[in-house]
Design a protein around this ligand. Structure first.
Ligand code: 5GP
Ligand code: ZN
Length: 113
């Protein structure tokens, strides 16, 4: 379940600090170290799975990742977002513990301030 060499397993365990914006029994969400957008959050299942292909065997967990992405974008931005799963090294995946990138503008919807 856990891979001691995996940086995201170590973040889940709290051994490496992260700027968490959400956590529950199944997933955590924290800000990317090198943000590519005003809001750049990674949604990460606590369980170690290599990539999103492996999550197709856990449809409830996959759906929950999407729900958390939705909630993060509603909380930190205007509710609209890009959701990216880099899957495999040639597709740009560098951390082999499944994670969804949530990228959003960070602007709150008009009237929310
Ligand atoms: P990938 O390229 O695997 O889809 O994305 C990995 C992401 O994890 C990158 O955007 C990278 O900036 C981020 N990242 C890697 N190590 C850490 C870390 O220790 N802390 C945080 N917050 N983000 C990390
Ligand atoms: Zn892991």
């Amino acid at each position: 379940m856990r891979d001691d060499a995996c940086v995201f397993c170590r973040i889940v365990a709290g051994e490496i600090p992260s700027d968490r914006v959400h956590e529950d029994d199944a997933v955590i969400a924290f800000r990317d170290l090198a943000p590519k957008a005003p809001v750049h959050v990674l949604v990460v299942p606590r369980e170690h799975h290599r990539d999103v292909r492996d999550l197709t065997s856990r449809p409830e967990l996959l759906a929950h990742v999407v729900e958390v992405a939705r909630d993060v974008a509603a909380e930190l931005a205007d509710g609209e977002f890009r959701l990216i799963f880099n899957t495999g090294a040639s597709a740009g995946q560098t951390v082999f513990h499944v994670h969804a990138h949530v990228l959003a503008s960070g602007e709150l919807a008009e009237g929310e301030m």
